[in-house]
Write a protein that binds this ligand. Sequence first.
Ligand SMILES: [Ca+2]
Length: 184
Amino acid sequence: MCIKEFVCASYIETAKFYLEENNKLRDRITELEAAAPLPPKPVFPLHVRSAAWVEGVLNIMVREGGCELDIEPLVDEEYKVMSEADFKVAIKYLGLHLMKYQDIYFDCDEFAEIAPALFDLEFGANSIAQVIDYSSGHAYNLGIVLNGAGIYEPQNASFNLDVAGRNKNLYGMMKTKPNGYIQL
Ligand SMILES: [Ca+2]
C-alpha cells in the first residue's frame, strides 16, 4: 500500500468511527428523551400593536426615565407584545442567562444582540430592543410590554419597568459622542 492509499484508508476508518459514535449518541439522546420528556413549551398570549404605539411607549420611557439615547427608526410595521407578567416568565424560560459568558467574544454586546432574535424565534414576539450604551460601557435590552418599556438584562433575566430608578452605573442612558442607541 502506498502512502496515499494508507492515508485514505485511515481517513475512512476515522470517519466510520465518528459515524458510529454519532449514532450511539443519537440513540442515547432518544433514550433520555423517552425517560424524561421535556415539559410542554408554555404559550404566552401575544398582543399586536402598531409601530406608532411602540414609538409612543418608548417616548414615554425616554421622557419619564431621563434617557438620552438615540432611538433608531423602528424596523417593523407592527409588534407582538406580552403582558409584563408573561414577559418575566418568558425570559426565564428562554434561558439566555444560562449561556456561558466569554470575555470579548460572548459578553454583553453578544447577549444583547442575540436576545431579540431568540425571543422572537421562541415565542413569536418581536418586542425586545437592543441597547448599545456608551455612557455606562454596557449593552443590554429593553422589553416592550403592554404597560410600558423596561430594562431587560439578558445576563440575569431581570426586567424592570422603573427606568427612572435604574442603576446608572450599568444603565447610564446618558448622551455621549458617539451616542448610544436603542434599536427595535
Ligand atoms: Ca463582545
